[in-house]
Design a protein around this ligand. Structure first.
Ligand code: ADP
Ligand code: MG
Length: 394
């Protein structure tokens, strides 16, 4: 277990917190402030317990230059509204300089300061020791609460912990607890549902999960690579050519490990990759040459729902079909709906799966929706995330 802000004395300390304020912006207006809201509990806790709080984050990909398109100024404004207090925005393009150091030195308990985009410095993504030291020099304690970047060893997520005591905020604590327990100590039966576009991206996740789950369910675009491995006709469906052999290996591995691996038994096909196209449902082994699979079929939905309702833990990553198109969203919706009704611990990882669940209005019916796409995948792969590894153990 990693220490959290609760496990250390933060009173009268300067605490530097790595947040994930990488919010979507359109013309300088934040279109979704979920990530800012998510950071509030940790910030409030620190303020209530007598800390002076220094916040830092990246935004977009300014590639090591002070590109003002990516300034955190809009975040400072929104954060101030949400917290109902002033935020000192230390707007230096160098992120840390003499002026910022002075401001940090003067910061009192109960005050909040936000640094400029850490990716304005090219040392950030290279985990440069000098920059990590500069950041550390501002504070007494480092708190990492940015799960979305915890899989990256950057100066502000990992390097800084070489110079300061490091603990997690509430967001990372929650992610480790839910994802960790689900994978390491699941209530059984444990079912994993994998979907999305490409198998290639998720081979190592599947390999790791095969060691843990009772049942592994496959859906989405990756199903056709498995079909190919089984020698089925897949028409014009998306295919991950270089992963066909691996898909075959995974099927064999599952059998050896005594894991039930289910692939869709029927497919909703379309003539073209668009919503308004001719559609028809085929058995998995009977797909026509001139159509593509765009969703799991109704028989598959029923089969998968049964698995969900008999499970005690379900981890889901990757949509079952092209859910962005209404006519091919049903499989993904039905799975989300079944998860929302089940009594199992339900964990959703992956950016698009999370977005799908949100768009169906079912988010608050899940046990946990991970906020980190790439980070949650690496966690499910069984990798230790650098931004978590650097935190002190309890
Ligand atoms: P996540 O972000 O949840 O990890 P992925 O990024 O792996 O999920 O995959 C999501 C994408 O997969 C979606 O954009 C969806 O349209 C696409 N997808 C799902 N099924 C198919 C399919 N049959 N053909 C093509 N694309 C698909
Ligand atoms: Mg995705």
């Amino acid at each position: 277990m990693k220490k959290t802000v609760r496990d250390i004395d933060v009173k009268d300390k300067k605490v530097i917190v790595r947040c994930d304020f990488n919010v979507p912006l359109k013309d300088d207006v934040i279109t979704d402030d979920t990530r800012i809201r998510a950071a509030i509990p940790t910030i409030e806790y620190l303020l209530q317990n007598g800390s002076a709080v220094i916040l830092m984050s990246h935004l977009g990909r300014p590639e090591g230059r002070a590109d003002m398109k990516y300034t955190l100024e809009p975040v400072a404004r929104r954060l101030s509204e949400l917290l109902g207090r002033d935020i000192i925005f230390a707007s230096s393009p160098a992120v840390v300089d003499e002026g910022v150091r002075e401001k940090a030195a003067e910061l009192r308990a109960g005050e909040v300061m936000l640094l400029e985009n850490v990716r304005f410095r090219k040392e950030e993504t290279k985990n440069g020791a000098e920059f990590a030291k500069e950041l550390a020099s501002l504070a007494d304690i480092f708190v990492n609460d940015a799960f979305g970047t915890a899989h990256r060893a950057h100066a502000s997520t990992a390097g800084i912990a070489d110079y300061l005591p490091a603990v997690s905020g509430f967001l990372i604590e929650k992610e480790i607890r839910f994802l960790g327990d689900a994978v390491e100590d699941p209530k059984r039966p444990f079912v994993a549902i994998m979907g999305g576009a490409k198998v290639g991206d998720k081979i190592s996740v599947i390999e790791n999960l095969l060691k843990k789950v009772d049942t592994l369910i496959i859906g989405g675009g990756m199903a056709y690579t498995f079909y190919k491995a089984l020698g089925y006709e897949i028409g014009t469906s998306i295919l991950d050519e270089k992963s066909v052999e691996l898909a075959g290996d995974l099927l064999k591995k599952a059998e050896k490990a005594g894991v039930r691996m289910l692939i869709p038994v029927d497919v909703v096909c379309g003539k073209e990759f668009k919503n308004d196209t001719d559609t028809a449902v085929f058995k998995s082994s009977e797909m026509p040459q001139d159509m593509m699979g765009l969703d799991i079929g109704p028989a598959t939905v029923e089969l998968y729902k049964k698995e969900i309702f008999s499970a005690k833990t379900v981890v889901w990553n990757g949509p079952m079909g092209v859910f962005e198109m209404e006519n091919f969203a049903r499989g993904t919706y039905e799975i989300a709906e079944a998860l929302s009704q089940s009594d199992a611990v339900t964990i959703i990882g992956g950016g698009d799966s999370a977005a799908a669940v949100e768009s169906f209005g079912l988010a608050d019916k899940m046990t946990h929706i991970s906020t980190g796409g790439g980070a949650s995948l690496e966690f499910l792969e069984g990798k230790e995330l650098p931004g978590v590894a650097v935190l002190e153990d309890k």
